[in-house]
Design a protein around this ligand. Structure first.
Ligand SMILES: [Fe+2]
Length: 251
């Protein structure tokens, strides 16, 4: 199946619309959503609605989703994130809130495993190093593993088939082919599609990815969207100015 992979939408409707249009044109058949649908941005309700309506959707909860529904401690959030969480709580319909409440922290399917942060600590740990990847391998049965949370498109894998040493690759838009035994399962690999709504790799364009489970390929795509439009909405909503500014710099 061809999957559209999206993470960290963060209530950024302008970015989400561009990504969903792209997925449709790309012939995507199913969707993997890796958490943090809400928080930071000005359109939580519409973003939840659009993602919840996607066909063949597999989705999990991120730390901001959990905070908005009262299942994560706000003391771990910085002042900007906390302000946005509190603002978002008053702007979700009962239906969208129920959708977020129904998301698990981890989802294991035939062709993949999904978590927001890491398998051993889905809501909190940021997967950034090869050592962390290796430490998390025992917690996964189905590969590839898809993660979000860092807002950076990345791949983690073993350097060789012996599985001794792992590496981290920052992904551009080149297609990556995942290692697998002939006709068998994929070798351990963790993939992050980057953030739809708040990229942090100095590239301000929305980030998303396409995973072809049959061909065993994963490819990141970067898409320009209406940043000034989102910034105007952030300001009109009275959300922190920093949340508008950071979209310009991709961090
Ligand atoms: Fe996030």
């Amino acid at each position: 199946m061809i999957y559209g992979v999206l993470a960290d939408v963060h209530s950024n409707l302008e970015a989400l619309k561009v990504v969903l249009e792209f997925f449709e044109e790309a012939g995507v058949e199913g969707y993997l959503c890796l958490g943090d649908l809400v928080g930071y941005g000005p359109d939580p309700e519409e973003c939840v609605r659009r993602v919840a309506a996607l066909p063949n959707l597999s989705a999990i909860a991120g730390n901001h989703d959990l905070a908005v529904i009262g299942r994560a401690d706000l003391q771990w959030f910085n002042q900007y994130a906390r302000a946005a969480v509190l603002w978002t709580r008053g702007r979700l319909s009962a239906e969208s809130r129920r959708f977020l409440e129904g998301l698990a922290a981890r989802l294991e399917a035939e062709e993949f495993t999904l978590v927001h942060g890491t398998p051993r600590n889905p809501a909190e740990e940021y997967l950034l190093s090869p050592e962390q990847f290796q430490d998390n391998v025992p917690f996964v049965k189905r590969w590839p593993l898809f993660v979000g949370h860092t807002h950076m498109p990345m791949l983690f894998r073993y350097v060789d088939s012996a599985g001794g040493k792992a590496e981290t690759l920052f992904l551009d838009e080149r297609e990556m082919t995942l290692a697998r035994a002939p006709g068998g399962p994929f070798a351990p690999a963790a993939l992050n599609p980057g953030a739809v709504g708040q990229p942090r790799d100095q590239d301000r364009r929305a980030s998303c990815a396409v995973f072809d489970s049959k061909a065993g390929t994963f490819r990141v795509f970067r898409l320009p969207y209406d940043i000034p439009g989102v910034q105007a909405k952030i300001r009109a909503a009275g959300l922190p100015e920093y949340l508008a500014l950071r979209l310009d710099y991709g961090q």
